[in-house]
Design a protein around this ligand. Structure first.
Ligand SMILES: Cc1cc2nc3c(=O)[nH]c(=O)nc-3n(C[C@H](O)[C@H](O)[C@H](O)COP(=O)(O)OP(=O)(O)OC[C@H]3O[C@@H](n4cnc5c(N)ncnc54)[C@H](O)[C@@H]3O)c2cc1C
Length: 395
């Protein structure tokens, strides 16, 4: 699909064959391989290594990365279509896929040197190993520039000390893009990014986070004690880290919007089938206006979220040529899609009554999984801040 065709995007969207193909591939894979195991992994919190490996083999872990760097060489629309299908079946797989694609691969592709791309991007984009991204610390999340993890240059190495928290895929990642301060006095201009190799001395993993949802995605703290990072592993220049972190999050937020859209679709589909079957007061509950209005509101918001998501995806693809940022489109899509996921999964539980509260159906999982989309990669409050600043022309 081209930018010019964007106007016709809607429920009857016609996709190019390459987009339809990847959507179909992801859909079939999710239904055949992920659906049977999603409940088990949600319950145990076990990382789904086998399915993630297979996703790598299908090209789903580096969709937008050019083939010469191990990826599938497709565009952002292809990425969001595939991520939507995976997340529709299991949002935890969606999280792992999204961090690998958007936060690790996109950052390396955009800011990495040729040598870094060969060494770190190729194995991650091809799905042979997993990548992660670490900005947050125990005392700094939304206000990331106040981070404390410190990197001090000593000759051809930096020595890193500190603790980062809430790192998706950290328990399994081989490489992590980590943001540190190299000059605390300069605030956000003193932040520098590094590619960390997790098999090196001085790196360790801290506590694993017990989570409300996306429980199959592994999340932990990471610790640095005299970790020696070669200068050749610095991503970008000294002091460019904050810009890199924010640029990468623009891409990440499009991924989270796709994940949220997947959860909304699963919530609506489950609700529609239930409303067609379940009877109360002598008729199917779908015949009550009270239930119909819920279904109508869900459907309308889902289609709006879809248009915003695809608009952001097109803006990101266009940016490859224009170099223009797509911060506003990404934040609008993420904000609206994540709040839609929360709304729809909440309504889905309500429509299912007591069964919506039961672990025998996946609807309660959609509800728990939806919440994270309003929190990570910038909370809804932070998205509103980004959007308002952009609209008002403030820095
Ligand atoms: C499951 C999970 C996975 C994660 N994965 C990663 C990862 O892979 N890498 C990574 O770096 N981080 C990750 N995070 C961290 C995540 O991005 C942060 O939790 C998030 O950005 C919020 O930061 P915080 O938790 O410190 O909350 P805080 O920043 O302390 O915010 C607390 C509350 O205050 C509000 N608030 C803050 N500032 C403002 C403001 N200016 N105006 C209005 N309200 C405000 C927030 O919106 C929120 O409601 C993950 C988090 C979770 C829960």
């Amino acid at each position: 699909m081209t930018v010019a065709q964007a106007a016709s995007v809607g429920p009857s969207l016609t996709l190019l064959s390459e987009h339809e193909m990847i959507r179909q591939t992801a859909r079939e894979f999710a239904q055949k391989e992920i659906a049977p195991i999603a409940g088990h992994h949600d319950e145990t919190g076990e990382f789904p290594s086998a399915t993630i490996q297979k996703m790598g083999a299908l090209g789903l872990m580096g969709i937008e990365v050019p083939e010469e760097y191990g990826g599938a060489g497709l565009d952002t629309l292809a990425y969001v279509l595939a991520l939507e299908e995976i997340s529709k079946v299991d949002a935890a797989h969606g999280t792992i896929m999204s961090v690998n694609n958007s936060l690790f691969c996109h950052g390396l592709l955009k800011f990495g040197t040729e040598e870094q791309k060969r060494k770190f991007l190729v194995p991650v984009a091809s799905g042979r190993t997993i990548g992660a991204y670490s900005l947050t610390e125990p005392m700094s999340g939304s206000d990331a520039a106040t981070m404390k993890t410190r990197a001090v240059r000593e000759g051809d190495h930096y020595v890193i000390q500190g603790r980062k928290s809430w790192v998706t895929s950290a328990p399994v990642a081989e490489f992590i893009v980590v943001f540190t301060t190299t000059d605390p006095a300069k605030g956000h201009r003193g932040i520098t990014a590094f590619i960390i190799e997790t098999n090196q001395p001085g790196f360790s993993r801290g506590k694993t986070e017990p989570k409300l949802g996306i429980r199959a995605s592994a999340t932990s703290e990471i610790l640095f004690e005299n970790y020696r990072c070669p200068v050749s592993n610095r991503l970008g220049e000294e002091g460019e880290g904050f810009k890199i972190a924010m640029t990468v999050l623009d891409a990440g937020r499009i991924g989270i919007a796709a994940q949220a859209l997947g959860i909304t679709e699963a919530s609506l589909e489950a609700s529609v089938s239930f409303a067609r079957e379940r009877e109360a007061f002598g008729q199917r509950i779908g015949e009550f206006q009270g239930i119909q209005w819920k279904i109508a509101d869900m459907k309308a918001r889902i289609e709006a979220a879809r248009l915003l998501l695809y608009q952001a995806a097109l803006a990101k693809t266009a940016s490859r040529k224009t170099g223009q940022r797509f911060t506003l489109e990404a934040s609008v899509a993420k904000l609206f899609a994540s709040e839609t996921a929360m709304f729809c999964s909440h309504e889905a539980v309500q429509i299912h009554g007591g069964l919506g509260y039961s672990k025998e159906l996946p609807v309660e999982r959609y509800f728990r999984d939806a919440k994270i989309t309003e929190i990570y990669e910038g909370t809804s409050e932070i998205q509103r801040m980004v959007i308002a600043r952009s609209v008002l022309g403030l820095r």
